[in-house]
Design a protein around this ligand. Structure first.
Ligand code: SF4
Length: 367
């Protein structure tokens, strides 16, 4: 599954599911967004296994995305989840910080076995990662990984469009892989350990910028956090720190994917945040403040039962249904580069590298 195909379904609600398999990571990157270390928390595997085993052909997500911490510390779990997901038609993706590539080491056998099972492997690289795992080592390992998995990509992060380090890294990846490996570029943010680093500015959390609505594209694919709590929002740093009650979808230890998906797609508050956006919802349906930015406005809705009652009533009305349908068409009918165009600025087109029409897989998403 090419990065462009992932981008094309990014705005389809419940077409993807994120699993944060462990907070643990052997690297000590200074900017780590999940504040991970080799001794970080790691919960039992059972909720993740149970949830993926509950996928069925009809309602399964198109894509299962596994990350951490370092997901490949649980290589056997990654392999099993990818296999189980594939048995009902879901594809899988794993993101790694490439700790295993240090000092020109060979790929450990369990890591190779896990990578062989997934449909897409993504490697993270930025100035802080490079102090832990050298660029040449990452490139060497990535050449080997390309022989094991159908699609790979890089997630490169820098300080902004005009960051010379980022430009140099992008140029190196393009040259090394002959423009055949797609790249998703992001911006370093002051989250996790990054809060202690000076000079990082928050990434704007905006969706499709159409006034007066401000759709949030992070409430399109749910997130299962380390302990099995399932959030409707995949903004991992925020939900872990604040645990907003209104965004808790359920728990993987006792709810199935079809149950969670049904609630995710049906609950009017989530639909409104997804296509109308939190600022619109807060301004129109809540008595609380609505000048705190996208996520700030969303957090003011936590525990506001009256606002949720009004949202529900509105989306069940004729005019609400029409507005939602029009906004949903606008949000969902985007091509595969729209997601990266919003986040990656002038590097947005790099998600298309290596794309050939022949790579296209049959669309399998059904709403
Ligand atoms: S606006 Fe709400 S749903 Fe969207 S990222 Fe922020 S907290 Fe999550």
């Amino acid at each position: 599954m090419h990065l462009l195909e992932i981008g094309a379904i990014r705005n389809k609600p419940a077409a993807g599911l994120y699993l944060a398999l462990t907070r643990r990571c052997p690297l000590s990157c200074a900017h780590c967004s999940t504040d991970s270390s080799s001794t970080s928390e790691q919960h039992p595997e059972t909720p993740f296994r149970r949830l993926v085993e509950s996928f069925d052909h009809e309602t399964r997500p198109d894509l299962l995305l596994m990350s951490g911490g370092e997901a490949l510390l649980r290589a056997a779990l990654v392999a099993d989840l990818a296999r189980t997901a594939r048995s009902v038609g879901s594809r899988s993706y794993v993101l790694s910080g490439m700790w295993f590539a240090r000092e020109s080491r060979r790929l450990p056998a369990p890591v190779s076995a896990a990578i062989r099972e997934v449909d897409h492997f993504a490697a993270s690289l930025d100035e802080f990662h490079e102090r832990e795992v050298g660029r040449a080592d990452v490139f060497r390992a990535m050449h080997r990984i390309r022989e094991l998995v159908p699609q790979v990509s890089f997630q490169l992060t820098g300080r902004g469009d005009d960051d010379p380090y980022l430009q140099g890294l992008v140029d190196d990846v393009r040259r090394e892989f002959d423009d055949q490996v797609p790249i998703l570029v992001g911006t370093l943010s002051p989250i996790g350990r990054g809060r202690q680093l000076g000079g990082l500015t928050p990434t704007p959390s905006s969706g499709v910028p159409v006034a007066p609505v401000d759709p949030c594209d992070r409430i399109t694919w749910p997130l299962v956090t380390y302990d099995g709590t399932v959030y409707a929002c995949c903004n991992q740093d925020l939900v872990e720190r604040r645990m907003p009650e209104h965004l808790i979808l359920g728990h993987a230890s006792h709810q199935s994917w079809p149950e969670l998906r049904e609630k995710f797609l049906r609950r009017e508050l989530y639909r409104a945040l997804r296509v109308l956006g939190p600022s619109f919802v807060a301004a129109r349906f809540s008595d609380g403040p609505c000048d705190k930015g996208m996520c700030g406005n969303c957090l003011t809705l936590s525990g506001d039962a009256e606002a949720e009652r009004k949202v529900t009533e509105y989306l069940r009305s004729d005019s609400g249904r029409q507005v939602e349908a029009a906004a949903r068409r606008m949000v969902e009918q985007v091509d595969g580069t729209a997601f990266s165009d919003r986040r990656s600025g002038r590097y947005g087109g790099l998600v298309s590298l290596g794309w050939e029409e022949a790579d296209r897989e049959q669309p399998s998403y059904t709403s």
